[in-house]
Design a protein around this ligand. Structure first.
Ligand code: ATP
Ligand code: MG
Length: 149
């Protein structure tokens, strides 16, 4: 079910059959991601969350190679209008550890994408978009965008 304005609709959904199709969805949804400012990327290991972040970086025109921030917990890319912050909460054990990252310092300074944001939903700012990637038995992915956490 597609909507033209997921910021006011409850959600939007796509079925993707390849990483390239996921990349296209990221580009299509980019305006909504930028409007929200903070996006929680959710789904099991290997679902394609980091792939989605790479696609957003490409859509923003960021030339740097986006890697998994698992060990640094936060990586920032680009500059000016094309600023992207990438965090991964998989290895964090408490909301206190997340708060210690000081992510609120980046609010309003570009786009924040958080893998495993659903681990600590209580500290995601109001208006955070959720992107949920659900691998299907045939290898495709169902990607849902939800406007409210
Ligand atoms: N439709 C698809 N969209 C995205 N990735 C896909 C798709 N089909 C297959 N893949 C593959 O699945 C893998 C996804 O890996 P990725 O690191 O993005 O997952 P992840 O959700 O970030 O995992 P983790 O929870 O470990 O961080 C990639 O190797 C990618 O090529
Ligand atoms: Mg990842």
């Amino acid at each position: 079910m597609a909507t033209d304005n997921p910021a006011t609709e409850s959600h939007s959904r796509r079925v993707v059959r390849s990483p390239q199709e996921t990349t296209a969805v990221a580009a299509e949804w980019l305006p909504h991601l930028l409007q929200a400012g903070v996006v929680s990327l959710e789904g099991p290991l290997g679902a394609g969350k980091t792939h989605f972040v790479k696609a957003v970086a490409t859509a923003l025109g960021i030339p740097e190679d986006v890697t998994s921030p698992t060990f640094t917990l936060l990586q920032s890319y680009g500059s000016g209008e094309q600023r992207l912050h990438h965090s991964d909460w998989y290895r964090l054990e408490s909301a206190v550890e997340v708060l210690a990252l000081g992510l609120e310092e980046y609010e309003g300074d570009g786009l924040m994408l958080i893998e495993w944001g659903d681990k600590f939903p209580e500290i995601l700012p109001p208006g955070t978009l959720r992107i949920i990637i659900a691998p299907q038995s045939d290898g495709s992915r169902l990607i849902s965008l939800l406007a409210r956490h």
